[in-house]
Ligand binder design. Structure first.
Ligand code: AMP
Length: 399
């Protein structure tokens, strides 16, 4: 069975075609600047990587262009679009309506529209991608896989905020959590690497990328996570502040005489690593400047490590016992220095650290010492594979 995985933003389409017999990637690419005359189309199939610049008016045109490349006699990987059995869509927010992946029908699309307010930047773009795939591939069922769904198992004491209860009842204001597909994938892989059933292990998964979140995963189920109502809460991220005293917000708004959209932009786009360091939202640049002795880069790095360590401590208390800590995401997979800084401070958990094993990037590896009480692992995430698996499973079950 071949599954097309789509991750649509407001002006972008990231895609992969996977063969589920072998779980291998047949083709991969992205479309950027959708809606513009100088849209960028990238495709890597059976031959060399292709990059073209030209007009792509909307998402449907983008998906059609992807299908043309996939079936191209020279560099294509399938003969006809009908070979694509189903399309798996990454959808950011499932709210309380979607606690697991679903086959998309009219009712699902209606509910997705109702959820626009919860993720105004992401969900409308996700629905546009769903409609584009339906137009270009009318034979292929679509499946929505939600970033929030894995965290639907959080208990009420973890997801409710201490606001007037009516804010939850009336507006559904609560912790939802994000990066669920990634936390789910790496926790499954971690149990496999430990050689133990998922149901028996407690894992703290640290997804550290441009957006970052930690999850406490008990027996394969998320019981708490650092992102909240929006992906702004929790860890210090590339440009997002993470946790903050909420009282800071009205104070800054009054002092700076700024409105909701400016403060939103400050918290989401000008804070985090970029805001503190004044250098960059990119960890590689922070590391470079640290090596040169830049004090703000050093402080940024220390704040990020400290914040993550506090979460690991908190989630250890939440779980009661921890069997593994997993690093994933661009930073988690590729920054030995950051992993080392965190692990060196986890002596209270009985963590010992294998410096040589840690010297790796982008590969599955146990980086704790043989005598460590908690296994520490690097696991490259694979959200597309997880989406394809859930899509294939649902479509097969519906037949
Ligand atoms: P993601 O959002 O998962 O793609 O992660 C992006 C983050 O990963 C950025 O902060 C990058 O600087 C960071 N990253 C990627 N490669 C490296 C690397 N080799 N060393 C340190 N950080 C990296």
């Amino acid at each position: 069975m071949k599954i097309l995985v789509l991750n649509c933003g407001s002006s972008s389409i990231k895609y992969q075609l996977l063969d589920m017999e072998t779980e291998s990637v047949l083709a991969i690419g992205k479309v950027e600047r959708v809606g513009m005359e100088d849209a960028i189309f990238e495709y890597k199939g059976s031959g060399e990587k292709i990059k073209e610049i030209g007009t792509i008016l909307d998402h449907t045109a983008g998906v059609r262009k992807v299908l043309k490349a996939l079936t191209d006699p020279a560099h294509g990987v399938i003969k006809a679009p009908e070979e694509i059995a189903a399309v798996g869509h990454r959808v950011v927010h499932g709210g309380e309506a979607f606690v697991q992946s679903v086959i998309i029908d009219d009712e699902v699309k209606r509910t997705l529209r109702d959820l626009f307010d919860l993720a105004p930047l992401h969900n409308p773009a996700n629905l546009t991608g769903i409609l584009a795939a339906e137009a270009a591939l009318p034979h292929a069922p679509g499946v929505a896989v939600f970033d929030t769904a894995f965290h639907a198992t959080m208990p009420r004491k973890a997801f409710l905020y201490a606001l007037p209860y009516v804010m939850y009842k009336r507006h559904k204001v609560r912790r939802y959590g994000f990066h669920g597909t990634s936390h789910k994938y790496v926790s499954q892989r971690a149990a496999a690497m430990l050689g133990r059933p998922l149901e028996e292990v407690n894992i703290i998964t640290c997804h550290l990328g441009n957006g970052s979140s930690v999850a406490a995963v008990q027996g394969g189920k998320s019981v708490d996570t650092s992102m909240g109502f929006t992906p702004l809460a929790g860890l210090i991220m590339g440009t997002r502040s993470g946790d903050l005293d909420p009282g800071v917000i009205p104070y800054i708004m009054a002092r700076e005489e700024i409105g909701i959209s400016e403060v939103n932009s400050m918290l989401n786009k000008h804070s985090g690593m970029l805001g503190i360091s004044g250098i960059s939202s990119d960890m590689r640049q922070i590391e470079e400047e640290m090596e040169k002795g830049d004090q703000r880069a050093i402080e940024t790095f220390e704040m990020m490590e400290y914040r993550l360590r506090k979460y690991i401590g908190a989630y250890t208390a939440a779980l009661g016992r921890v069997d593994a800590i997993v690093f994933t995401g661009g930073i988690g997979e590729n920054s030995p220095i950051f992993r080392k800084a965190v692990c060196e401070n986890l002596g209270f958990l009985g963590v010992t650290f294998d410096e040589e094993a840690n010297n790796c990037r982008g590969e599955e590896k146990i980086i704790s010492g043989p005598d460590s009480k908690v296994a520490v692992m690097v696991i490259p995430t694979n959200e597309e594979l997880m989406i394809a698996r859930e899509t294939a499973e649902l479509v097969a079950a519906a037949k």
